[in-house]
Design a protein around this ligand. Structure first.
Ligand code: PMP
Length: 404
């Protein structure tokens, strides 16, 4: 049984009001709210365990290290990686992708080599490659999509050449909600001997992810989008790949020995974790993963699927409604525009009704160019949202529409 009222009680912020109205929080694509267990893990660790990890012989340092490394194991289990050596803690998806872009391009790519990305990528999976393109003369190729917001698989297959070195594709679009067929796309890339990075920022919070089943070579996600704290994320990489890649940043933790003549690097995963990690954040992230695991990722996915179906059907009844993203496999993200109402006006007026939605280009300007628009209003649902909130959203949109 999916006990939504009990779940909502775990999130104190959901019962607050804004402008005297009950908060309807529909900006989960940007960040999610945190359950008590996550916030309490942070205060508890600061109050009773805090010490720097990996370096101390003293009791607290060892306890903090145990918590930090236990969190790595929780992440491993959550995405079904083979080994904790394959779990690199980062600041989030953006840092995970930048790490990979830098280390991969430096060691595996030469001028003229190609990376394939998709039309719907987030800026964080485009700009790091553009930085590498400027530095090393690598070439970016783009998978096109149809008007429903699905990547064109035949065109994708045509993009491979002997110069293709990597494919980077998002699992779920933060704008369209499209669930890309990454397992099949990975198999295709592997048939060409090409590894794949999956941006899982918008899939990990909404569905069961198994990196071995996908056969992903690299997989990135952010803690704060899966009910965890800000400032911590993950880069998963197959051990055989991570072994081949050079460190991203230099400093403490990532070395074995340092002299001015020669420095040797630490083993995985520490080779990629220079400096003091956010060990409080990793504990809290593990709590968040425990939280969603206890509810069940399949149960969360089913609940959100029902919400999305309901919302699609409800919003489509509104006059002048244009929905962007009608893929067959769609996650709980709905982007829309109504008539000629500017997305910013719609978002601002909905906000006055207590409804938090996102407006703008959603860090996907190339996708906006493909859609021929400047931005959208985006409602994105999480495990605690309800049909009543969707009714409030629909009534709010209708009310704003009448004003124009
Ligand atoms: N990729 C996707 C698909 C996203 O939705 C986001 C966040 N909007 C990111 C990457 C970047 O995540 P972060 O800001 O947590 O690094």
């Amino acid at each position: 049984m999916y006990d939504i009222s009990k779940i909502r009680e775990d999130f104190p912020i959901l019962s607050r009001e804004v402008y005297g109205k009950p908060l309807v929080y529909l900006d989960n694509g940007a960040t999610t709210q945190k359950p008590r267990s996550v916030v309490e893990a942070i205060t508890n660790e600061y109050y009773s365990v805090n010490a720097n990890v990996h370096r101390g012989v003293h009791f607290l340092s060892q306890q903090a290290t145990e918590l930090h490394e236990a969190s790595r194991e929780t992440v491993r289990r959550f995405i079904n990686a083979r080994s904790t050596n394959e779990i690199i803690f980062t600041r989030g998806t953006t840092e995970s992708i930048n790490l990979l872009a830098s280390s991969f391009a430096e060691s595996q790519m030469q001028a003229g080599d190609e990376v394939i990305v998709s039309t719907m990528e987030h800026h964080s999976d485009i700009v790091p490659w553009q930085l590498q393109a400027a530095k090393r003369g690598i070439v970016i190729k783009v998978i096109p999509m149809n008007d429903k917001g699905e990547l064109l698989q035949d065109a994708y297959k045509q993009l491979f050449s002997e110069k293709t070195k990597l494919v980077c594709v998002m699992h779920v679009s933060n704008v369209l909600g499209t669930v890309n067929p990454v397992k099949e796309m990975i198999a295709e890339a592997h048939a060409h001997g090409v590894p794949v990075l999956v941006d899982g920022a918008q899939s990990v919070p909404h569905m069961k992810v198994d990196v071995q089943d996908l056969d992903a070579d690299f997989f990135a996600f952010s803690g704060h989008k899966v009910y965890g704290p800000t400032g911590v994320g993950v880069l998963y990489g197959k051990e055989e790949w991570l072994d081949k890649l050079p460190p991203y940043q230099g400093g403490g933790e990532m070395i074995q020995s340092v002299s001015f003549e020669k420095t040797t690097f630490n083993e995985l995963p520490f080779k990629f974790e220079a400096g003091t990690p956010d060990y409080i954040g990793t504990t809290a992230l593990a709590k968040a993963l425990d939280y969603v695991t206890a509810i069940g990722m399949d149960q969360i996915a089913a609940h959100e699927h029902e919400l999305t179906q309901y919302a699609m059907q409800r919003l489509k009844q509104i006059e002048g409604m244009r929905i962007f993203g009608e893929a067959e496999h769609k996650s709980s993200v709905i982007s829309f525009l109504v008539g000629n109402i500017h997305h910013l006006d719609m978002g601002t007026l909905l906000d006055r009704l207590g409804i938090a939605v996102r407006t703008g280009h959603h860090c996907a300007q190339p996708l906006m160019q493909r859609l021929g628009i400047e931005g959208t209003v985006r409602a994105s649902f999480g495990l605690y949202n309800t049909k009543e909130e969707i009714d409030i959203l629909a009534a709010g949109i209708e009310r704003v529409s009448r004003m124009f």
